[in-house]
Design a protein around this ligand. Structure first.
Ligand SMILES: Cc1cc2nc3c(=O)[nH]c(=O)nc-3n(C[C@H](O)[C@H](O)[C@H](O)COP(=O)(O)OP(=O)(O)OC[C@H]3O[C@@H](n4cnc5c(N)ncnc54)[C@H](O)[C@@H]3O)c2cc1C
Length: 285
């Protein structure tokens, strides 16, 4: 279908983008890679009055080293996440997960900012930045603010970004010495996750000293598996101990039932995949 009529503007600075969004009102929308928004426009599920194309704003590009964390510009594509040398050294989990997204064409156009702002709980990056305890930076008419993943993801396809706010970057802590793994269970290559698990773990003297786990497609928002994290912290770095910790993975979740899997099946997958992801993050496989 042909999208409904809209105005289009391509600002070259963040200030101009914020002004364009303010003058467009609640019906103005940012467009970045267009990989999620364009299908919605073509299905006429979205009717923006004006599209503000942020692709010409250089300050939203690139990955910078801030010392204890990396600042990843909102326009960083999935492909760039898989290739960036700073991300490879300090945040391998993001690269590993980005490699599993769709196909090369989508990975070359889709951006991390768009993937987070779209807030699809079946998307891979929301669970990853949840597990990494990253900080989302946004700028709007009232200035700049930082948002935790728990505050950012509000509901299915819904974030706490206010009208007129642009997601500008994601700050990801460097986890020196932590292992990681993204386990994605998909029906076919390049498909969306039925369930995904993002895990990072720190190991010392045969024990897991700390672990963080984020779940993909186990509710209307990405889920942080706090019960698993509590059970894994201080546990032996053994397959038996981490499988026991992973048995808590579906606690507090409300997975969907659809043609690709019933909720109970997803609960089972979450437990199994969490065991695998934790074992790998702890260096056992
Ligand atoms: C065939 C196909 C398969 C896919 N498979 C997967 C998959 O397996 N896993 C996965 O995770 N994803 C998958 N995706 C989604 C893909 O990751 C998208 O790239 C991503 O969800 C959106 O990024 P984008 O830059 O294209 O955003 P856009 O489509 O441009 O925008 C998406 C939404 O975010 C808003 N937005 C974008 N950027 C900003 C910003 N900087 N500030 C504020 N709001 C913003 C827009 O207004 C819009 O509401 C798939 C997409 C396609 C088409």
């Amino acid at each position: 279908m042909i999208p409904a009529k809209f105005d289009y503007t391509r600002p070259s600075s963040l200030d101009e983008a914020v002004s364009a969004l303010a003058s467009g009102g609640e019906d103005a929308k940012v467009i970045a890679g267009g990989q999620s928004l364009l299908p919605l426009l073509r299905l006429r599920f979205a009717y923006p009055s004006v599209l503000v194309d942020v692709g010409g704003i250089d300050s939203l590009r690139g990955v910078r080293d801030l010392g204890h964390s990396l600042e990843i510009g909102a326009l960083t594509t999935h492909y760039e996440l898989t290739r960036d040398p700073l991300i490879a050294v300090h945040c391998g989990l993001l690269a590993e997960a980005a490699r599993t997204i769709a196909d090369p064409a989508v990975r070359h156009r889709g951006t991390i900012g768009g993937a987070l702002a779209h807030a699809d709980p079946a998307g891979d990056l929301p669970a990853v930045i949840t597990a990494l305890d990253a900080t989302i930076m946004a700028t709007g008419p009232s200035g700049t603010r930082s948002i935790s993943p728990g505050e950012f993801f509000v509901d299915y396809l819904t974030t706490s970004l206010a009208p007129g706010e642009v997601l500008t970057s994601i700050q990801v802590p460097k986890l020196a010495g932590w292992g990681y793994r993204y386990e994605k269970f998909q029906p076919t290559a390049q498909a969306w996750a039925i369930v995904g698990v993002a895990a990072v773990a720190q190991r010392s003297n045969g024990q897991v000293t700390a672990a963080r786990v984020g779940l993909t497609n186990m509710g209307s928002v990405p889920v942080r598996a706090h019960a698993v994290e509590a059970a894994a912290a201080g546990a032996d770095a053994s397959t038996f101990a981490l499988t026991s910790a992973a048995a808590h993975a579906d606690e507090g979740t409300s997975p969907p039932s659809d043609l690709r899997g019933a909720a109970d099946y997803r609960r089972h997958l979450a437990r199994v995949l969490t065991g695998r992801a934790l074992a790998a993050a702890a260096g056992l496989s």
